[in-house]
Design a binder for this molecule. Structure first.
Ligand code: TUI
Length: 308
């Protein structure tokens, strides 16, 4: 299944791994890339030097293409943008903001730039600024989200830009990949399914919550202050939503979530931690290696698209 995205990135399959904070560290990234997909280090809120170490560790494990996701609210975003160039990273995706100010430096260094967008307007702005592709991410996704669904966003972005579009949000199997291709996407980005990859260092408590999740087990917190985050329902979301409904100020809500993703991923605290996951968690049933996941997705999608 060759597309402009597989050609541009030099990958075998049109499958990218979401740049999930804390989750997408070097073990997962190297495994996805080794399996023929596109692994992406999730810089999240990490310091620049930590990201540099992660890049070097991925390089030790695979010679295949990989990238870095820069979460633009990171206070060290400027320094990470420089590390990406210094370490010769070939692909960068960005999230949670507008990467405009980094584009010229990255382009000059030959880095392929793929902003994650949640609207047509942002996709057009990024194309004008010189982006090589965009990830159109629907509200089904885990983590920080926009409001448009993948089904509506992807074809509208495809019609609005000439650069390749990668679909994200609500995709976890070959049916999702085939559907995304039908909407005009040239690759997909998966997050939730890779949380439970064998190579993922996510605490088993968190993995089991994703595996047990059903279709309507996620909640969106933070809508009232403009930072909606999708995560699995637990005591933390119940408490948060109660406070939010009562009009609690942003600072109080922020206290509740400070360090909560780390608590879930590293410590396995599924009660007070933030279990970011997408709506497709209900379709994720088992821990598998990245290679098993990717080959299964490709076989299913190719069968549906009658390519074999
Ligand atoms: O970035 C994501 N997903 C994320 S980032 C993240 S880290 C975090 N942790 C705790 C609380 C909040 C965040 C977890 N999940 N996805 C890509 C994405 N980007 N979705 C939506 C956007 C986006 C939003 C606004 C992109 C651009 C944008 O534009 C704002 C502007 O400046 O115009």
């Amino acid at each position: 299944m060759k597309t402009r995205v597989t050609d541009m990135l030099g990958i075998a399959y049109p499958i990218m791994q979401g740049g999930m904070a804390w989750v997408a560290e070097y073990h997962l990234v190297a495994a996805v890339s080794e399996a023929g997909g596109m692994g992406l280090i999730g810089a999240g809120g990490a310091p620049a030097e930590f990201v540099r170490e992660q890049i070097r560790k991925v390089k030790e494990r695979t010679g295949k293409p990989f990238g870095v996701n820069l979460m633009l609210m990171n206070p060290e975003a400027d320094a990470i943008a420089r590390v990406i160039v210094e370490e010769g990273v070939k692909v960068v995706t960005t999230g949670a903001g507008n990467p405009g100010k980094y584009l010229s430096a990255w382009k000059e260094a030959g880095v392929k730039v793929i902003p994650v967008v949640a609207s047509v307007a942002m996709a057009k702005m990024m194309e004008r600024a010189g982006a090589d592709a965009v990830v159109a991410e629907g509200t089904e996704s885990g983590g920080h989200i926009g409001s448009a669904t993948t089904m509506t966003l992807v074809p509208q972005v495809v019609d609005a830009v000439s650069i390749p579009v990668i679909a994200a949000g609500g995709i976890a199997d070959g049916r999702g990949l085939a559907a995304a291709m039908m909407l005009g996407a040239e690759a997909v980005q998966l997050g939730t399914r890779f949380i439970v990859a064998r190579e993922s260092i996510v605490h088993d408590n968190y993995k089991q919550k994703v595996i047990a999740a059903k279709d309507i087990d996620s909640e969106v917190t933070g809508l009232s202050h403009g930072h909606p985050v999708r995560q699995l329902r637990n005591q933390m979301t119940r408490e948060y939503l109660k406070l939010e409904k009562g009009g609690a100020p942003f600072e109080e809500l922020e206290q509740l979530t400070l360090g909560a993703l780390r608590k879930a991923v590293v410590e396995g605290d599924v009660v007070n931690g933030t279990l970011m996951a997408g709506q497709i968690a209900g379709l994720v049933h088992e821990e598998q290696t990245c290679q098993e996941m990717i080959l299964e997705i490709m076989e299913q999608a190719e069968g549906l698209l009658k390519l074999q």
